[in-house]
Design a protein around this ligand. Sequence first.
Ligand code: FRU
Length: 542
Amino acid sequence: LPANQPYKTSYHFRPPQNWMNDPNGPMYYKGVYHLFYQYNPLGPLFGDIMIWGHSVSYDLINWSHLNPALCPSGSYDVNSCWSGSATILPGNKPFILYTGIDANGNQVQNLAMPENLSDPLLKEWVKFSGNPVMPTPNGVKGDMFRDPTTAWQGPDGRWRVIVGSQIKNKGMAILYRSWDFIRWTMFEHPLYSSEKTGMWECPDFFPVSINGTNGVETSVQNPSVKHVLKISLFSNLHDYYVLGTYDPEMETFSTDTDFEGTSSDLRFDYGKFYASKTFFDSGKNRRILWAWVNESDSTEDAIQKGWSGVQSVPRRIWLDKSGKQLVQWPVEEIETLRGKQVSIHDKKLESGSVVKLSGITASQVDVEVEFELPALEEAEFIDPAQVDPQQLCSDKNASVQSMYGPFGLLTLATEDLTERTAVFFRIFKSPNNYVVLMCSDQSRSSLKKDIDKTAYGAFVNIDPRHEKVSLRSLIDHSIVESFAAGGRTCITARVYPVLTTENEAHIYAFNNGTQSIVISSLNAWSMNKAHLSDSEEESFEL
Ligand code: FRU
């Protein structure tokens, strides 16, 4: 690898080198967090032969890279071990279901189990001799049958799992059931399907508690939970979800909304965030979400860097009080990396102000800020049902002034703001209320050409007359992961500044609206480096 690695993350998970995509089979077992991931051991691009990388951690922050867990070995997976999930069976027995690309190039589902259950690191995995446990079903194309979820057990004791697929033009989650986890039969109808989406990759199906923020185990089924179905759309590389009620007797899932294929569909994250997967952490009674955050630079850049892809910070996920959406927040362990701090309290930001947050390492920051608005009067009018928030963010970037906003943060910025990734808000008047728009604008993030500089945007579900507008951003060299309103709206961006890496990066709070606002509180911390091993040899004491 080249010595100069300005874009390598310091606390976002990534292997020492090469290509990584989806998180696979995350789980907590005997005090250890396991993260597997789609990995090409041979280079920095997606490979013809993909395997399961394997890393372990005691705290979700510092990781040790172990030998790969699954590599092609039998006719049922000779051409790759693709994505899948772990399920912990009664008696604390983890099993992995994953997609194999078989000798004919078809996708099939396979089973693997640990060789030694008393090893908390689960270093060795053994494949079931009867693989595949789910051959490609009749009527399903060989390249449209993949990514089994964590299984759940119904009240009848039978196991269920869904697999992503497409039949004719319908994207769907095919349901399989089994009494013994080995013999699986396809159910007569899919758990859910949609005409509007194309192929579903990496489905995830899990319960969330209606009251409170604790997570629940994947098999929990009672009136105090709702279910979430998440799908990853191959057509646009975005993850979408719906909430609903699962009936394990009829095997139906009645949803509150549908996948419409429009910008009003619910997403975990409105930036880069794909093939996500959750697991229940029985150690802390929470559900944790991981996702692949791919690169926005070019193939040549990947070859030059020698690596591609990072994982989002692990996020706790739960149902919002409204019952209408999910909320996410970085796991608390992230805070152990916080170092030097700067704080601001009750500071008025007049129109046009830019305030530098000095004394911290701006390329590695955790920043939390709360903005207080004046009494809202006339504001620009929009009808949120009629506009695409992402389009609004590219039409009105951080230099376009309105009454309330843009205000927010300028991250990974040069002193003269030539380069900056702006994460900001704008308030509009709507037919019956006010609307808050959140933007993460990459258009000025780098002088470099040939990189994707999309401005991402989404609405934030709060009433700005009664609530402060808050933002947390986790900045880590080439990633800016932002959470508005306590995690109600999240946007993750990949950026590749060139000037800030040669000199120094800076971070600013700003208000470019005509009306002044107040920073009621701001705290920013330099983040220490997590243990992620930069070389294959370097190992971490377990
Ligand atoms: C999603 C995906 C999965 C597949 C894996 C292959 O990014 O395409 O559908 O199993 O990646 O690496």
